[in-house]
Design a protein around this ligand. Structure first.
Ligand SMILES: [Zn+2]
Length: 253
């Protein structure tokens, strides 16, 4: 098993909200390499900048947040509100898996508030299944940069935003990772997303991005008896890995 984790999420700052604490622990305690990819550059996340300008700003913010903690950032170049399960985007995510070769992959909950999140979740689920299949991209007469994976990686779904689906129904995690030791580093990563503070105040009614991340992490922590936690569900369908690296390495509860 490689010691590599990959988070594939929809937008810049999603990882810093949903799973960065767990990624920080894998990196710090077990020496895992960590890659964070976003489907889009967040081109709609501004009321004052053009799409090109805010994309440039947010790519830089995502890269800076990762660089500060030794992670690698990738932007897959899809436009906001255009993340859709289909051949081209599936090939892109699958090629990222071939290049990064993760043992564990993190993505959005299949049920979430934003269709970009749900479509990203579907794309990543499909790419994790496709990545070891020789005939999927590696066709005769066509050369790929990287070989197929040896096996389907562990696949974890993060909590949906506010822990609920689009109907307001609770989506409880199957396991919690204690992120209390790294909550300040998680907050520091999120602080790199300076452009999103004003935008979220205007469009989402979120007064302070970092306070709301900490409040959510504290709420999940309260459900498992620690100060701060992140919640996950593992994809346990047929042929996906059945053991849990989060339980084995991070004592997920
Ligand atoms: Zn998002």
């Amino acid at each position: 098993m490689s010691k590599v984790a990959l988070a594939v999420l929809a937008h810049p700052d999603d990882a810093e909200f949903l799973c960065a604490g767990t990624l920080l622990r894998l990196h710090a305690e077990h020496g895992w390499a960590v890659h964070v990819a976003t489907m889009t550059a967040g081109d709609c996340g501004s009321a004052e900048h053009t799409p090109d300008d805010i994309s440039r700003i947010r790519r830089a913010e995502g890269a800076a947040a990762c660089r500060a903690v030794g992670f690698t950032y990738h932007c897959l170049g899809v436009l906001d509100l255009r993340v859709r399960y289909g051949d081209e985007q599936l090939n892109t995510v699958c090629r990222l898996l071939h290049a990064v070769r993760p043992a564990a992959v993190f993505t959005h909950s299949p049920e979430d508030y934003h269709l970009d999140h749900e479509q990203t979740s579907t794309l990543v689920r499909a790419a994790a299944f496709a990545a070891p299949i020789t005939n999927f991209l590696h066709r005769p007469g066509h050369s790929e940069a990287h070989p197929p994976l040896d096996a389907i990686p562990h696949l974890y779904y993060c909590d949906p935003l506010d822990g609920k689906d689009q109907f307001g129904r609770a989506v409880p995690p199957a396991m919690f990772v204690d992120i209390s030791p790294v909550i300040d580093r998680k907050a520091a990563m999120l602080a790199e997303h300076e452009s999103q503070r004003a935008w979220l105040r205007k469009h989402h009614g979120v007064d302070n991005l970092i306070d709301s991340m900490k409040a959510w992490s504290a709420q999940q922590g309260g459900r498992c008896g620690v100060a701060f936690a992140e919640g996950f569900r593992q994809h346990l369908g047929h042929s996906y890995p059945q053991n849990s690296v989060l339980r084995e390495l991070l004592s997920a509860m």
